[in-house]
Design a protein around this ligand. Structure first.
Ligand code: SAM
Length: 270
């Protein structure tokens, strides 16, 4: 089985890419925390892993001016195209994007002073190999900073539990592979272990809670149900379950409120 076959297919899905700008509204406010954890410096070369639509890459590019460069790497051709379009629109010359698998590929443009990621590192089916590969792209002493979710149980806004009755659970990972998904790095002890095994040192972890008020279609909408794995015959029932899920977060006035529980890890290549 090739690396990340399932996630590669999922993230290259046309609907997933088209819907991504809506989904970004949920996590846009996380970006300053990731940037602060990395503290990019003028002149540095930074690699953004799982860059998606490139907003974090663009924010990092602002911080490495003058003279620095940011390379956004993503397994999804569609996300990379979106990111490149945004960079062109912003006339941001110091940021480029590449479609690549950060777990296995050798990414040109290194060695980098730092690697950064906002929710882009939880989809590796061999996380130790992936983080070791990322580390090998860093200079000696190079820094890593990334945000990932705390466990699903802490993130009640996530629609996964409400959708579970309508989705065929994925088969267990093939031998040697690990489960992937938004909460795969939720357990901080395991994540520290993954980073240590991958060769990183000086690991820190900071838990964060952020309340956001965003429209319901940020979390999911009818078009996203297929992406979540709901088959056409179950769409109607799944939509009703989703409405019931959303109802829990509605406020007397204004937009619904969701409490995001994430964690920011930092580490260093020795
Ligand atoms: C939850 S999104 C986060 C995107 C972006 N960083 C943001 O905050 O909006 C996860 C991203 O990781 C990318 N991704 C998943 N597996 C990857 C891999 N093996 N190598 C590179 N990118 C990957 C996906 O294509 C997707 O764009």
């Amino acid at each position: 089985m090739a690396a990340n076959e399932v996630e590669r297919k999922r993230w290259n899905d046309e609907q997933a890419v088209l819907n991504w700008p809506k989904r970004e509204r949920l996590t846009d406010r996380v970006t300053p925390y990731v940037i602060a954890a990395l503290a990019p410096q003028a002149g540095e070369k930074v690699l953004d892993i799982g860059c998606g639509g490139g907003k974090l890459s663009l924010a990092a590019a602002e911080r490495v001016r003058p003279g620095g460069k940011v390379l956004g790497a993503d397994i999804s051709e569609g996300m990379v195209a979106m990111a490149a379009g945004r960079a062109a629109e912003a006339k941001a010359k110091s940021v480029t994007f590449v479609a690549t698998d950060a777990q296995v590929d050798k990414i040109k443009g290194g060695p980098f002073d730092a690697a950064i990621s906002q929710f882009g590192v939880m989809f590796f089916d061999e996380p130790v190999a992936a983080f070791a590969n990322i580390r090998e792209h860093l200079k000696q002493g190079g820094r890593l900073a990334f945000a990932c979710w705390q466990p699903a149980a802490a993130n009640a806004w996530f629609v996964g539990a409400a959708m579970a009755p309508f989705i065929t659970p994925p088969p267990p990972p093939a031998p040697g592979k690990s489960p992937t998904g938004p909460f795969s790095l939720g357990d901080p002890t395991r994540t520290r272990g993954v980073l240590t095994e991958a060769g990183f040192v000086d690991i820190t972890r900071t838990a964060r809670t952020l309340a956001v008020r965003v429209a319901e279609d940020t979390l999911a909408n009818a078009a996203m149900l297929g992406f979540l794995g709901v088959p056409p015959a179950k769409l109607k029932a799944a939509q009703a379950a989703m409405d019931a899920h959303f109802a829990k977060f509605r406020q007397a006035t204004g937009l619904p409120r969701y409490e995001l529980k994430f964690q920011v890890f930092t580490a260093r290549n020795p």
